[in-house]
Design a protein around this ligand. Sequence first.
Ligand code: SAM
Length: 231
Amino acid sequence: MKNIFFCPEESNFYSNCLENFVLKNCKKSECVVEFGSGDGSPVINSLLKNRFDGVIHGFELNISAWKAANLTIDEYNLAQKYIIHNSCLFESSQPDADYLVANPPYIPAPDKDIYMPLLFGGTDGATVTNELLSLGYENVLLLVSSFSNPESTIEHARSNGYHVTNFIVLPLKFGYYSSEPKVKNHIEELRKKKMSFYSGDYYFLAGVLFQKSRESREDLSNELAQVMTSL
Ligand SMILES: C[S@@+](CC[C@H](N)C(=O)[O-])C[C@H]1O[C@@H](n2cnc3c(N)ncnc32)[C@H](O)[C@@H]1O
């Protein structure tokens, strides 16, 4: 299935973040919205390992990925817990939910003519990520890449009333999609403008929990910015 997002290291990391930052904190029958479900494996794997009584509504535009996800959902009898819509979250009526979660498209490029156009994250890579932080959800779990203008995301979240309440960082090697010459050259240009941070073949991918501000909440935004710009 060449046209379905495939990066097990990244998908497993996302699945672990889901488990630790979302599913373990969910009270009974909470609702979660997911942007860009891919083949569904990250959510399915975390549902198989955790007791979760709520419902996850996924949105996935890629029809092959959507079909593959539904086959696995049926295989594991999870159809009551994980419902994937073959549509775009931004253009649908957005479900009320306690959490919004995503490993969003974050590939920076001059335009979307890249190996997988649905992974295009705008010219700086942060466009979709930042749009997800404009939807008003109370709790948002996102993967954030150090080569995709991470400071803009932290700033955008802050101006939308979010605190960073938890994060975990994985050093990742540039993969198939980010090594495409057109993409890699563009990332190099962004680095000169201090919008991309990486070292050799490695960049940082962070799983970040953004939560709407409450007085007593600790805010780890500065710590996150420091780590993401340290390469
Ligand atoms: C980085 S992949 C993540 C897939 C999966 N969550 C994972 O971690 O393995 C991003 C996914 O978002 C999907 N996508 C991109 N734009 C979308 C949109 N506007 N609406 C729904 N899905 C979208 C892509 O097709 C792709 O499957």
